[in-house]
Design a protein around this ligand. Structure first.
Ligand code: ADP
Ligand code: MG
Length: 249
């Protein structure tokens, strides 16, 4: 049975899809047998980030019992295995059933699930289908306040909360600090991903940033988090700043 790890948040637009893709690709690069699944069925956009817009069959077809899960696994040139959701308006009313059973049947060691935000029906189904949860938030009060609600629900369902990922961190005075987020949420921060223009570029290039710019600040942060998920420690190359300046990386 695979480890089903879902990337969840209280608020939309905080970086779930970016984080799901980059953690999954990093785990693949570390040699793990991993697939990333777009479970945000009403506002799916994982395919967009990879340059794929239409698929003959998608995760919705599996949820509706019209396709087998193996039929909807795609492979990106980076090596990433992914299961997209349809972006068609006609597919947004799917009622997710048996999500756990479907995800648990995937022939992988790890399944990373990109989730819908908040606590609606699909989001709750995803939480129920998971073994472990990573809660992602930006360092602002509205996002953190909503993250707390997801954390409370996760605690009720007795799912393993791996930790919080703080995304788009700049370190300015007006932001909450990781220690403050830990205090508010009462869950440890697993990693901090900086605000990084390389992420915008990666969205434009339709390639996860860890493939496009493997040693930018965000990529290093993703590698550190991914390593922790498999009980390892990622050591960035030595003299990274100097090597970047010399154009060696
Ligand atoms: P969600 O899936 O939670 O709705 P996304 O992963 O789609 O959020 O991220 C929304 C947008 O935020 C991305 O398209 C990207 O432009 C931007 N973004 C996310 N994380 C970062 C970051 N660390 N640095 C810069 N831009 C980011
Ligand atoms: Mg998303």
């Amino acid at each position: 049975m695979p480890r089903i790890i879902s990337i969840v948040s209280g608020k939309g637009g905080v970086g779930k899809t970016i984080c799901s893709l980059n953690l999954a690709l990093t785990l693949h690069q570390f040699g793990e047998k991993v697939v990333v699944v777009d479970s945000d069925i009403t506002a799916s956009n994982l395919g967009f980030h990879l340059g794929y817009y239409s698929f003959p069959t998608s995760f919705q077809n599996v949820l509706m019992g019209e396709a087998e899960i193996e039929e909807v696994i795609h492979r990106h040139p980076t090596g990433l295995h992914f299961i997209p959701s349809s972006i068609s308006l006609s597919d947004i009313n799917v009622r997710p059933k048996n999500m756990r059973q479907i995800l648990a049947s995937l022939p992988y060691d790890m399944v990373i699930v990109d989730s819908p935000p908040g606590l609606d029906t699909v989001a709750r189904e995803v939480i129920n289908a998971s073994d472990e949860l990573l809660v992602i938030t930006t360092p602002e009060t509205p996002a953190v306040a909503n993250a707390v609600k997801v954390i409370r629900l996760a605690e009720e369902t007795r799912k393993k909360l791996v930790g919080i990922i703080v995304n788009r961190f700049t370190g300015t005075e007006t932001e909450l600090k990781p220690e403050e987020i830990e205090m508010i949420c009462e869950v440890p921060v697993l990693g901090v991903i900086p605000e990084d223009p390389a992420i915008r570029d990666s969205v434009f290039e339709k390639t996860p940033v860890v493939a496009l710019d493997p040693y930018c600040d965000a990529s290093i942060a993703f590698k550190k988090i991914a390593a922790q998920l498999i009980g390892k420690v990622y050591q960035p190359p030595r003299f990274l700043g100097l090597r970047r300046l010399l154009g060696l990386l």
